[in-house]
Design a protein around this ligand. Structure first.
Ligand SMILES: [Zn+2]
Length: 630
């Protein structure tokens, strides 16, 4: 084999990670980039740092640096290496718009390309080779191909007469040849597919990311050993690909600081809906607000019991009903006394307390997937269905960004689209509760098909899963709010929750059909409109709350059935009929753009924004600073 050949293969392998360098910088003719950019309102992500100890401030600096590396990895997963993508772009507007979109496709405008020469965004982003068809691999290969944590690349065809020699083992201190680390698997067309674990594919970024996670752990060790242990375990999980134990530890945390980091959501994989993208949230817990929510945890079993479907569609959730029991060896026992021991499920460790949490945070840094497209204001994790079944989930409300979206969008949108007689019903507390119960609703309903427990709803619905799940969470969340209101657990007027909900639907349909949240809100909007419980008039929409209550209950049941039955034909029909923007809505949305109401927020964020430069070891560190803040 010639040296040329080897380097050729090396390049191909590299292309998986970096993408091609040959890209255009010319704006698609007539694409209103400046106008689109103005649609984003910039918000500073801050928190009251005076509430943080010295150790917490130091820890926070490293958490933010780790989160930045997660952001770098996301660039590679969705488009190409960030530096290469931006280095030749001199125009600030184009550059900033690229940054917001993580590439040349406008995420909040159905992924339309805004730079010429790219065409449609590949459905499989950089997770799969171009034109990949999963039916080209056999059942055995499929297991690795469909892993949420592998990257695929079609391998170069070898000349059978002159196969290349195996690459030489690396010299001391050198990287092994990439080809040695790529698992080659056969395809039915005679070609081969190369499969790489994330831990290997992104190893350089991960090394730095892990370094900062470990430094963050060292900084906080003396004050909060549980958080420090979690940070170390999570960091190790990112290369081993074994996330479960660190997920369990994370669920039990009640620390002041927090981080969500790793390959988590599958929104970016629009081909098969399985690949996870890197993201990171750095969070500071709001202890005061959190306390207010504790009472709702106790109500979760009752809420699950009351969702509007037959018993088979609402199985008892172990943790939410408090039936988790552990034997003396730390094994998880079911409420009927047998040990729950599933394949690939590690021995349980006893949690310190109930693991379901409703928590409130200030978000101080967003990186990767959660910072792309519409910004997340609440998050329900972990996504692992088995973990959810046994431990419940943590629903985290990101109060500072939620407030920003409410002030900058929900309020001004309602001024234009909601009839003046109902505008007084638009309230932040109602918005907060609706968003919170959206997250609670993610945890309810079924995870596996009613007729076939071995198959998850996610598997059955594939790429349509996310939109249906988001829609379910919206409407089931509002259904629960109604129940709680009737029980006297929520204050204000019920109209506040419904009118604020509708105002928020207008906000979210603007995310477009390429976004699961955008589609979900189109389904809700069209259902409400078709059933006459929202009516468009001269001065905006009027909401008939009592009619809407019934429609929301019916829609929740419809979605829960589609999920429990894994009814992909029904889902496709729903998306085709109701997951679209019709002309009347389009003209309403145009009014919002004309009034220059932002369609989303972007962040001014980081160590400097938080005023923590003095705690960054890599910038400066003086005795004086330490004394001042002790
Ligand atoms: Zn959601």
């Amino acid at each position: 084999m010639t040296l040329k050949k080897l380097s050729q293969f090396g390049l191909i392998a590299f292309a998986i990670l970096a993408g091609s360098n040959a890209y255009g910088q010319k704006v698609v003719k007539g694409y209103p980039i400046a106008e689109r950019l103005n649609g984003y309102k910039k918000i500073s992500l801050k928190t009251d740092t005076s509430l943080l100890s010295l150790a917490e401030r130091r820890c926070l600096v490293h958490l933010i640096k780790a989160a930045k590396k997660a952001d770098d990895i996301f660039w590679k997963q969705t488009f190409m290496d960030k530096e290469s993508a931006l280095k030749n772009i001199k125009n600030d507007t184009i550059r900033r718009f690229m940054e917001i979109n993580y590439g040349p496709w406008d995420r909040l405008n159905d992924e339309k390309p805004f730079l010429s020469g790219y065409g449609e965004k590949p459905k499989g982003a950089k997770f799969y080779p171009a034109n990949f068809d999963v039916n080209m691999v056999d059942e055995h290969t499929k297991v690795r191909v469909l892993s949420p944590y592998t990257v695929l690349q079609e391998m170069p065809k070898f000349d059978k007469q002159h196969p290349p020699a195996p690459p030489k083992p690396p010299k001391k201190g050198e990287e092994p040849d990439m080809l040695m680390m790529i698992e080659r698997m056969p395809m039915k067309n005679g070609r081969e597919i190369g499969v790489m674990d994330y831990g290997f594919a992104y190893r350089k970024d991960l090394q730095e990311l892990m370094n900062h996670m470990n430094l963050a752990a060292d900084a906080i060790e003396a004050e909060d050993k549980f958080f420090a242990r979690f940070l170390k375990e999570r960091s190790a999980a990112l290369t081993s690909g074994e996330y479960i134990m660190s997920d369990i530890k994370w669920m039990g945390l009640k620390s002041h600081l927090d981080i969500v980091i790793g390959p988590i959501e599958n929104y970016e994989d629009k081909l098969l809906g399985v690949k996870t993208s890197y993201e990171a949230y750095v969070l500071v817990r709001d202890m005061e607000w959190g306390k207010k929510l504790d009472k709702f945890i106790a109500l979760l079993p009752e809420l699950q019991a009351n969702i509007p479907v037959e018993a088979a569609y609402k199985p008892v959730l172990a943790n939410d009903t408090g039936v988790n029991k552990f034997d003396e060896h730390g094994n998880l026992m079911s409420n009927t006394g047998e040990m729950i021991n599933e394949p690939n499920f590690p021995p349980m460790q006893k949690p310190d307390a109930s693991m379901s949490q409703l928590a409130v945070f200030d978000a101080v840094y967003y990186g990767g997937d959660c910072n792309s497209g519409s910004k997340t204001i609440a998050v329900n994790l972990p996504n692992d269905e088995t973990l959810q079944k046994y431990f419940g989930t943590r629903r985290s409300q990101l109060k500072n960004t939620m407030k920003a979206k409410f002030d900058e969008m929900v309020m001004p949108i309602s001024k234009i689209l909601v009839d003046p007689t109902q505008q007084a019903n638009i309230k932040f507390d109602a918005f907060f509760s609706n968003v919170m119960f959206h997250e609670v609703a993610h945890g309810l309903g079924v995870k596996n098909l009613v007729s076939d427990q071995s198959k998850t709803v996610r598997e059955a619905l594939g790429a349509t899963y996310s939109a249906i799940e988001e829609c379910k969470a919206d409407v089931l969340g509002l259904y629960m709010v109604t129940q709680l209101f009737q029980k006297g657990e929520l204050t204000g007027s019920l109209d506040d929750y419904y009118v604020t909900f509708v105002a928020s639907v207008f906000r979210s349909v603007r995310f477009g059909a390429a976004s699961a949240h955008g589609k979900a809100n189109m389904i809700t909007f069209n259902t409400l409109l078709n059933s006459g419980c929202i009516v468009s008039g001269n001065k905006g929409y009027t909401i008939n709350v009592s009619a809407m209550k019934l429609v929301i209950e019916k829609l929740a049941a419809e979605l829960l059935h589609l999920q429990g039955d894994g009814d992909i034909a029904g889902v496709n029909k729903m998306l085709a009929d109701r997951g679209v923007i019709k002309p009347s809505l389009a003209s309403d949305l145009a009014k919002l753009s004309k009034a220059k109401i932002p369609f989303d927020i972007v962040f001014d964020q980081g160590i400097e924004t938080l005023g923590l430069l003095d705690y960054d070891d890599s910038v400066k560190k003086t005795e004086k600073v330490d004394k001042k803040t002790k």
